[in-house]
Design a protein around this ligand. Sequence first.
Ligand SMILES: *Cc1c(COP(=O)(O)O)cnc(C)c1O
Length: 394
Amino acid sequence: MNGGCDQSMFREKLQLLHDRSLLRTLTQLESATGASVQYGGREVILLSSNDYLGLTTHPEVVQAALVATERYGTGSGASRLVSGTLPPHACLETTLAMFKGTEAALLFGAGYLANLGVIPALIGKGGLILADRLCHASVIDACRLSLADFRIFRHGDCDHVESLLRSRTTERPTLIITEGVFSMDGDLAPLPDLVSLAERYGAMLYVDDAHGTGIMGTTGRGTVEHFGLERRIPFHMGTLSKALGSHGAFLVGTRDLVQYVINTARAFIFTTALPPAVAAASSAALTVIDREPERRARLWSNRQRFFDGLKTLGCRLTPTASPILPVLVGDAARASALAERLLAHGVYAAAIRPPTVPDGTSRIRFTVTSEHTTDQLDKALNALRLVIRETGLV
Ligand SMILES: *Cc1c(COP(=O)(O)O)cnc(C)c1O
């Protein structure tokens, strides 16, 4: 008996993915992630983590998580609206609002959940969403969930946004969605122009700053700070899971918006609050970001070194302006082969394939952090040089 479920169906579907070089498997690491990691019984240089400032293992951040666990336990026990709001949650929300210069902040269980919760709270049936073609899967899912009409605009193309805004025949709620730093291309959204369009055409602007928070702007406040648009972008979303080194996400904005989202966002209401340790770790991370600006300085100088190295090797890059440095390969099979060869040379960097990126734009997505030594970066570049020569790829 198999409960009416024929397991061979799964095997066939997996085989199809495998044949197209699109099969995904989990790789288990054997140590904490950092500039390098234990994998397959040896140490490899890790160039695939979003822990840009090395905060996942920062002693003060780890200590904050330990103390919070001792004091409040491992779980929050319920949704925030039931009995899950503990002092570390309230403290982190206050700290985040201060960090971002907004009236209020609201935590979510993950970036995925923040988008799933906030976007349908902002707009629903009868509304119109205009989203950048390269927006994260969670944004796309949220748009579908909202039941609003949903149009994609060409990546970073404000003329396209404007023509879509113009072609509205009736006045209707409109939401423009972009990422601050694009997660797979590493380039920045044209935020000043998007804000102007939003103002001119009476649309809301939603920025997913998962990759900007902690690293962009002179004080690491994010992409909004980078462009000096704090006064014109009244709310945005970011994550705690990348540069802040822990887990979860947040919305920052006015008190009214936050109260409204608390009352309407199903992905906030119907899920258990973040563990207290995670909230406490993020608060500590924000303190470290302010106190140790040298981490950001090291990140950007590492980024420049690796970027220059990739250019010297003749790699085809995206128009990146961040520590995300994707080398475009094109074909999924070639990208997988390149990643495999790199690993054999002691460099762990993930091949990113469809549906994460559009067809024909498979790539090796390198990310550098403040914790890489110049020696590690040079070794990785040298490995890439050898692999390119061996395989003729790139
Ligand atoms: C990583 C990411 C998310 C999801 O965040 P998680 O905390 O990992 O769920 C959402 N949006 C963008 C742009 C991201 O890069």
